[in-house]
Design a protein around this ligand. Structure first.
Ligand code: GLN
Length: 198
């Protein structure tokens, strides 16, 4: 007998940055991706990805489109995954320079902490995800310099956390959508599916 598994609908904030690659990664990880540009489009989503890009630009768009408060509210009710600039938006505190954020994830981040674009790098590291080492693509990445007590660290670069989870929120300082390894997106889709069962 064929068991029909319902695919969760996961939004991707599609303002700027690499949202198309996230959509592909989500589709390959068992979810239905939905591009989000307006506050009304958050309704009915089971989860959301805040992609990489330039956090200052994304922030301006959120403020202009009156999305900031809706997004903050969404983070308290549904799973959200922020990658790179998205992780900066979720953070409790942003440094270098200081900037407004949703403040929902108990981490402190320092922007552009590993140098300029030209110094962007790819590393393989052990992680808490099952399987081989995790490929991490860093592009003008932020560094997580503090994690609160509720934050679980799933991967690191040297001593610094690069992939974290706190309840139904996840953040990565690298770009999992730019590799062919789907374990990080699958972990987020699992989080969304388990939140739907409760
Ligand atoms: N440097 C960007 C910022 O500070 C983040 C880079 C990225 O998302 N790849 O917003």
């Amino acid at each position: 007998m064929n068991v029909q598994v319902k695919r969760p609908r996961i939004g991707i904030l599609a303002i700027q940055g690499d949202y198309a690659a996230h959509a592909e990664a989500l589709a390959e990880s068992g979810a239905t991706p939905v591009e989000v540009r307006k506050r009304e489009e958050l309704a009915g989503l089971d989860g959301l990805i805040l992609p990489g890009g330039e956090s200052t630009t994304i922030l301006k768009f959120l403020e202009r489109g009156h999305l900031f408060d809706d997004l903050k509210q969404f983070c308290s009710t549904r799973p959200v995954f922020g990658t790179c600039a998205g992780a900066i938006l979720l953070a409790r505190e942003v440094r270098n320079p200081s900037q407004r954020s949703l403040g929902v994830l108990d981490i402190v981040v320092e922007r552009n902490a590993y140098g300029r674009q030209i110094d962007s790098s790819i590393l393989f590291s052990d992680s808490k995800l099952p399987g081989e080492k995790l490929e991490m693509v860093f592009i003008r990445a932020p560094r997580i310099v503090e994690t609160g007590p509720e934050v679980e660290v799933l991967a690191r670069r040297e001593e610094m956390a690069t992939l974290v989870r706190q309840g139904s929120l996840m953040a990565a300082t690298f770009h999992p959508e730019l590799t062919t390894d789907r374990r990080v997106h699958k972990a987020f889709v699992d989080l969304v599916n388990s939140s739907l069962q409760h």
